[in-house]
Design a protein around this ligand. Structure first.
Ligand code: GUN
Length: 303
């Protein structure tokens, strides 16, 4: 049986280390969360983000423009948030409705208030290895590896998925820790074989149980970024989650087949309770960092 990497324990450590930094600030860090429309998954994520703010005594402002808002309308909201003194971090929950130009929206967020690290300037800082807010989920994965003292330097890391939110920044963060990194995606030839070469495999493709035993080298560390809701009883049973399904009518499954990970990997993150809690912890960490910088600049009379 593989070791289970407990994201809740890692999150608790990250939040505990933030407390003294928050206590030193002149005012509470402020985070604006923009949720466009009513995507059910996004509503859950945003609720959890606002709850985390309350638990840390942050100021948070949730804005909920309608699903049919125009790009210009959303840009006007961002402009107001950029100018507000009580807001240190801005987050626009993804995905956005189709009529919205997401790129323009992300580029409109002031880089110094970019709580998600999605602005091209901050992506550039990541590429160059310079400080700046980092994408929360991959940054959380790096914290998890550090917490469990899993060696990264000189190891083969395979990132399955090439999204801007997880795959690409994850690959760069692993590279900065001196891993030998391969990015795999839907067009990769011999996908299972590539993944099987990994000492550290990060799965971020959004397909329930896609990564099976043949993708996993015996003893590898498997990080499962996927969160997929399974509503079919037979599927749930295939993932060893029949009991949970009987109780709730659906279950959450990652991108990795949990029974296969348990059988073949050396260590793996469960879903739920693995990477999920870390994303919000890193959002809080980014917001504290942005607030520290803004409050220090305000004190010096720079802004
Ligand atoms: N959608 C999925 N993950 C994220 C995230 O980390 N930030 C935002 N803003 N939207 C997301």
């Amino acid at each position: 049986m593989a070791k289970i990497l407990d994201g809740v324990a890692v999150r608790n450590g990250i939040l505990a280390r933030l407390q003294p930094r928050i206590a030193k600030l002149g005012r509470a860090p402020g985070l604006a969360v923009v949720l466009v429309g009513h995507d059910p998954a996004s509503e859950v994520y945003v609720r959890n983000k606002v709850k985390a703010c309350a638990e840390l005594n942050f100021f948070s402002d949730k804005l909920t423009p309608p699903a049919d808002i125009s790009t210009e309308g959303l840009l006007a909201i961002i402009d107001t948030l950029n100018k507000r003194d009580d807001i240190d971090g801005i987050l626009v929950q993804m995905p956005l409705p189709k009529q919205i130009d997401a790129r323009r929206v992300l580029e409109a967020i002031a880089p110094e208030k970019d709580a998600d690290g999605f602005h091209p300037m901050n992506v550039g800082h990541l590429v160059a290895g310079r400080p700046g807010p980092r994408a929360c989920t991959p940054a959380g994965v790096m914290e998890l590896l550090k917490h469990y003292s899993i060696p990264v330097s000189g190891k083969r890391a395979v990132v399955l998925g090439r999204s801007d939110i997880v795959g690409k920044p994850q690959a760069l963060m692993l590279l900065h820790e001196s891993a030998t990194v391969t990015i795999c995606h839907s067009r990769t030839a011999n996908l299972a074989e590539e993944c099987r070469r990994a000492d550290i495999l990060v799965a971020a493709i959004g397909k329930a149980g896609f990564v099976t035993a043949e993708f996993i080298a015996p003893g590898a560390t498997v990080i499962d970024v996927g969160i997929n809701r399974v509503t079919d009883a037979a599927e749930a049973e295939r993932f060893g989650k029949a009991a949970g399904f009987a109780k709730a009518g659906s279950v959450l499954v990652g991108d990795v087949h949990p029974l296969d990970a348990d059988r073949v990997a050396g260590a793996y993150t469960p879903v739920p309770g693995g990477v999920g809690p870390l994303t919000i912890a890193m959002l809080m960490a980014n917001t504290v960092e942005l607030s520290e910088r803004r409050q220090s600049l305000t004190k010096q009379g720079v802004i």
